[in-house]
Ligand binder design. Structure first.
Ligand SMILES: [Zn+2]
Length: 63
């Protein structure tokens, strides 16, 4: 997925991809995004744990 190109520490949990990136001011941003084509779930979190938890608990409406 091109949206994750600048991300580090990529992790896949079920259909959800979790990645960490720096924003323009050097802070870490943690993103969870579903890879199912018609789902569209994507969210940013302040902590890696929160992003991974969101990935684990995501109930994908596509499946
Ligand atoms: Zn989904």
């Amino acid at each position: 997925m091109s949206v994750f190109r600048r991300f580090r520490r990529l992790l896949r949990i079920g259909p959800v991809q979790v990645g960490t990136a720096y924003d323009g001011r050097g802070r870490e941003r943690h993103t969870a995004a579903c890879t199912a084509p018609r789902c569209g779930f994507s969210a940013e979190y302040d902590s890696r744990a929160a992003a991974e938890l969101a990935a684990r608990t995501h109930r994908c409406p596509v499946r």
